[in-house]
Design a protein around this ligand. Structure first.
Ligand code: ANZ
Length: 850
């Protein structure tokens, strides 16, 4: 009797947890050490799905583990609840984005409860609540005071479908919007930016702190995204222009090889220079500019496209040698990288060479790439007769390599030639020398360039944080006064939310019209809302003092809890979210509000749940629905099946996820507890030693395995333990054996990480009060961890010469080595040597010696 009804058991424990609130993090009076465990908070896009099931399972395993290990654990949950999907859904159904958002949140909350996740439900936050987003406004104003939030009129990424601007990070490598899939176009607009570029060096250098603690791939992606290049800024005079023009170059050593000069067509400089050219060139330039505007970023950057450009009838002066360089406008130079202009060195840069060949411009070699570089010792090959081969005999001469003829730029290292004072130097020394000379002349300096752009945060949409700034009628832009914060969103009813390129808030007359706080004259509020990545850039701090009406977060609490010890989420956040959170953390550090510079001490990217080798999706009709699986098998079976399916970081095919296997395992585990007949206060020291060894080895090994996130291995070991226990009950010492109780208790405690409802039920069945989730980890008895040993016999020519105590599982090679090194064996061998060894581990080693 007494079958195991998973659904009834799960409902029962979910109710108990809800009543007793056992997973609430301890407050200031709690002296235990702390662990902050966090899974990236969900977007309320609908019901929970399998991706959520996996993500929040892993963080829950870790949170539960640290509780057993005696830590005060914070495992909070909140919702990233501003954003376009809510707004688009509202437009489609003529509803308020609030309704859609909070309905979905309610559903997801229920989903998490029925999945048995041990969240601290007292700290729930929604970024779309005024009590959260007022602090985005606070943050914006602090950034503004520090010059880190500013307005810029620039060419921005425009999504023609969603009718809003996008950050660079939201444009995919193929030039489409990560949200709508539309091809992103450029549009000139004045927008708000956060000056993340001020932090480029720190964002890059601090990645070193994260080596080994973040996935290597994420660190690499962040490095590439920031894209620091080291080189020089070089100032060029332009004939007939007062101000010099600066270019960025990674190869100032090649300055003598510059033969022309190129400016980005859409730069102000190009327009200015073209305006001074002949009518004919003015017309050609205007046409060119238009054709450039029609191209996508990808087309523009593709290298195999014929080079195009317009000569602007002007000349730049090479500061190294006074040579006149024709100035061209060409689209292979980008307006927003470096200074939007380049010195072209066609002999040593492929893009410049392609351009030079297309327009018949001179090519001047200044690096002899055939000359050996510092003291390198050539490897001498021998010919068939054994005579040394001249290592340079078959090498092409510099003439053979002439880039103007071959079309291949000489990008490699070598010695400087045709470069005056630089001649003979290596690249490295030539760069240093050139920078020195330029500095002496006041014509250049060492410099760095970054791929990273400032973070465009204005969005022309409704469902986001209103930007807390006022535009006065005399053109000033001033902060919304503190006593008017939070600046809450107006009611969506009556507003047209449909994308039309301007913010819907602009049409909310009552809302947008205000007064200039200084003069009292009529003024307008900024109608844009913030990028939702602002919301998620600091949310992990809000969990530390949720609902605090006086500050965004408590620096004292942050000191105690943060940085986050264990952060987990999808690799799709490898750049955007993590970069922004790192940036804002550094700003808060500079403001003296936190005492750390990196928000997430360790990071894990979980793999995806796929099906039949491909991504699951509604449109493909291969979606495995979370709620259906819960209904069919229960939360614990789903949790165990997912945890067991493979390594955390790997994609897991649903075909390999066995919920029925997990169900069977769970009933076996519960059955073991049910069968135990010894009393609860049994001493952990007696009983079947074989079973005790398995129990204690798992108690000893599981902590390391969990810390290494090898959850699947722990589940496998639990299965082994349950099977071993069953065997002792059925065919061994029986259910009354103390070792059986010990095994069942250890199983319940460790199973709590994966199948908390079943574990609680087992614990209660074993005669204890709830909650097993709070039980301290049982320590392994070290005497039970010593491996069983056996006696091995060593024979020499058939005579027993020694016996050895060795581990029962010793490998043959290790056993042979021990035997050869044994003093008695060495003595018995005398001057004989071993000719042959026969090893039968662990019992016998037999040497033939002569
Ligand atoms: C002269 C030179 C000679 C260069 C040479 C390279 C090789 P990374 O490494 O990506 O930072 N450059 C500078 N600004 C540019 C812009 N706005 N658009 C397109 N190209 C630009 O690239 C730096 C190099 O890219 C710079 O160094 C410059 O060309 C070019 F043998 O200067 B170089």
């Amino acid at each position: 009797g007494g079958g195991f009804d998973a659904h009834a058991v799960e409902r029962k424990w979910q109710q108990r947890w809800e009543q007793a609130d056992p997973f609430k993090a301890g407050g200031p009076e709690d002296t235990r050490p702390r662990k902050y465990v966090l899974a990236m908070f969900p977007y309320p896009s609908g019901d929970l799905h399998m991706g959520h099931a996996e993500n929040y399972l892993y963080s829950d395993i870790v949170a539960r583990f640290w509780r057993h290990r005696g830590y005060n654990v914070l495992n909070p949950i909140g919702w990233d609840s501003f954003g376009l999907p809510a707004e688009n859904a509202a437009i489609k159904r003529g509803a308020d984005p609030r309704e859609w958002t909070y309905d979905n949140i309610a559903q997801q909350k229920t989903g998490f409860r029925s999945y048995g996740v041990s969240f601290d439900w007292n700290r729930v936050l929604h970024t779309s609540d005024p009590d959260y987003y007022q602090w985005n406004q606070w943050l914006f104003q602090r950034l503004h005071e520090r010059g880190l939030a500013y307005r810029k009129d620039a060419s921005v990424n425009w999504d023609p479908v969603d009718q809003t601007v996008l950050a660079n990070e939201q444009v995919l490598p193929d030039g489409t919007s990560e949200r709508s899939g539309a091809v992103v176009v450029k549009k000139k607009l004045e927008q708000w930016y956060f000056k993340i570029t001020d932090y480029a060096d720190r964002l890059l250098d601090d990645l070193n702190q994260l080596e080994g603690r973040w996935p290597q791939k994420v660190i690499r992606m962040q490095r590439n995204w920031i894209g620091r290049s080291v080189g020089a800024d070089i100032d060029f005079e332009i004939e007939g222009r007062d101000e010099k023009v600066t270019v960025f170059s990674t190869r100032p050593d090649t300055l003598h090889g510059a033969t022309f000069f190129v400016v980005a067509p859409e730069s102000d400089l190009a327009a200015e220079l073209a305006a001074g050219a002949s009518k004919q060139v003015q017309e050609r330039f205007a046409e060119y500019l238009e054709s450039v505007g029609r191209q996508t970023e990808i087309e523009r950057q593709s290298t195999d496209r014929p080079k195009t450009g317009v000569f602007l009838e002007r000349y730049a002066i090479n500061p190294a040698n006074g040579e006149r360089l024709p100035v061209w406008a060409a689209d292979y130079v980008l307006a927003d990288y470096g200074h939007g202009a380049v010195m072209a060195v066609p002999a040593h840069d492929q893009r410049d060479l392609d351009f030079a060949r297309a327009f018949d411009l001179p090519v001047k070699v200044v690096v002899d790439t055939t000359a050996p570089i510092t003291g390198a010792i050539p490897v001498i090959d021998l010919d068939e007769e054994g005579n040394p081969v001249d290592p340079l005999a078959d090498d092409p001469s510099l003439d053979d390599l002439d880039p103007a003829r071959t079309g291949v730029a000489l990008a490699g290292e070598g010695r400087m030639i045709n470069s005056g004072s630089l001649d003979g130097l290596s690249k490295r020394n030539a760069i240093a020398r050139m920078i020195e000379e330029l500095e002496a002349k006041g014509a250049g300096r060492a410099s760095k360039s970054y791929r990273l752009r400032d973070w465009l945060i204005s969005r022309q949409r409704f469902w986001g944080t209103p930007i807390p700034m006022i535009h006065t009628d005399d053109g000033r832009i001033v902060p919304v006064p503190e006593d008017q914060l939070p600046l809450t969103l107006p009611d969506a009813a009556g507003l047209d939310l449909a994308p039309k390129g301007t913010s819907p808030l602009g049409a909310a007359t009552d809302w947008v019209e205000t007064v200039d706080p200084e003069t009292g004259r009529p003024a307008r509020r900024d109608p844009d809302t913030m990028d939702t990545f602002v919301d998620s850039s600091w949310y992990f701090l809000r969990f530390l003092s949720p609902g605090d009406p006086n500050e965004a977060f408590s620096p004292a609490e942050a000191m105690k809890w943060a940085p986050v010890d264990f952060y987990i989420g999808g690799v799709e956040h490898a750049i955007l979210h993590l970069l922004y959170a790192r940036f804002i953390t550094k700003v808060l550090y500079d403001m003296g509000l936190v005492d750390f510079t990196e928000p997430f001490s360790s990071l894990i990217n979980q793999g995806m749940i796929i099906l039949g080798g491909t991504k699951m999706s509604k449109s493909k009709g291969n979606l495995v629905v979370f709620q259906d699986e819960l209904d069919a098998h229960g939360a614990d079976a789903l949790r165990v099946a997912l945890a067991f399916a493979g390594p955390v970081e790997d994609d897991k095919d649903w075909n390999d996820v066995s919920t029925t296997g997990a169900q069977k395992f769970l009933s076996r585990a519960w059955r073991v507890a049910h069968d135990v007949t010894s009393a609860p206060d049994v001493v952990w020291k007696d009983g079947d030693v074989g079973l005790r060894r398995i129990t204690h080895r798992l108690l000893a090994d599981a902590p390391t395995l969990v810390e290494q996130t090898k959850f699947n291995v722990v589940v496998a070991r639990l299965m082994e333990l349950v099977n071993a226990t069953r065997k002792v009950i059925d065919t061994g010492a029986g259910a009354a054996d103390p070792a059986v109780r010990e095994a069942a208790e250890a199983t319940a405690m460790i199973l709590d990480l994966f199948a908390p409802h079943t574990a609680e039920e087992m614990w209660e069945t074993l005669g204890y009060e709830p909650f097993v989730g709070l039980v301290p980890w049982r320590h392994a008895d070290p005497t039970l961890l010593v491996e069983e040993s056996v006696t091995a016999v060593v024979q020499i020519n058939g005579k027993v010469r020694a016996t050895l105590e060795v581990p029962a599982r010793i490998e043959p090679d290790a056993l042979e080595k021990l035997a050869r090194e044994d003093a008695r064996v060495v003595r018995a061998l005398g001057d004989k040597t071993i000719a042959r060894a026969i090893v039968r581990a662990p019992k016998v080693v037999s040497f033939s010696a002569n």
